[in-house]
Design a protein around this ligand. Structure first.
Ligand code: AKG
Ligand code: FE2
Length: 204
């Protein structure tokens, strides 16, 4: 398939529902689920410690440190599988990535709350390539203050690729809502470019 633009104001979104063939996406899901160093990290929100509702891991170049939700991330060194994916995504998106955040949503009780990927080390107009494997989950986008537009829902199936770039993070937030529907695990990889400078201020 091909990356095709989604029409949304103050955003630059491209989507390919079948970037990876189904069999390859399934094999990659099994491999990464088994070999990635998954952690369930604790975040401090409103003065309260709570475990994140998903498992995470951060891989990348040694200088690609990252801070969000008050958590500092030291990248683990690239694995062969993640390096190969980076190369394919760089070619497909004409972008460069020095790191990848992996999220494993074990079932519908795992999710991610509303946020924008707008940490200072990502720069003002980051290109973020989001590859999904496993169960189809609904990805939501809603405008930030200053923009009036209905929210958007996008079903991210196995092997799909969503590229967010330009003004998207500045004007839109996104989330992966929890669901009571019984469903299997979903693994999402967001490839990013992180400036190799001291980590920015904590963000929640
Ligand atoms: O799982 C997803 O599709 C979203 C992940 C995300 O927004 C992030 O890692 O910042
Ligand atoms: Fe995000």
């Amino acid at each position: 398939m091909a990356l095709l633009p989604l029409s949304l104001p103050q955003a630059d979104l491209l989507f390919d529902p079948a970037f990876l063939p189904a069999a390859e996406a399934a094999a990659l899901l099994a491999q990464l689920t088994a070999e990635v160093a998954w952690e369930q990290r604790t975040i401090r929100l409103f003065g309260q410690e709570s475990p994140q509702p998903r498992l995470t891991a951060w891989y990348g170049d040694a200088d690609a440190r990252y801070t969000y939700s008050g958590l500092a991330w030291e990248p683990r060194p690239w694995t062969p599988a993640l390096l190969a994916l980076r190369q394919r995504l760089e070619a497909a998106t004409a972008s460069r990535f020095n790191s990848v955040l992996l999220n494993l949503y074990r079932d519908g009780r795992d999710g991610m709350g509303w946020h924008a990927d707008d940490e200072p080390e990502l720069g003002p107009a980051p290109a973020i390539a989001s590859l999904s494997l496993g169960a189809t989950r609904r990805f939501r986008l809603r405008p930030r203050a200053g923009l009036v537009h209905p929210p958007l829902s996008l079903d991210l199936g196995s092997g799909s690729l969503l590229l967010m770039r330009g003004p998207t993070q500045r004007h839109w937030q996104h989330a992966l809502p929890k669901t009571t529907r019984p469903l299997g695990p979903r693994l999402n990889l967001t490839f990013r470019w992180v400036a190799g400078s001291p980590a920015g201020p904590a963000y929640s």
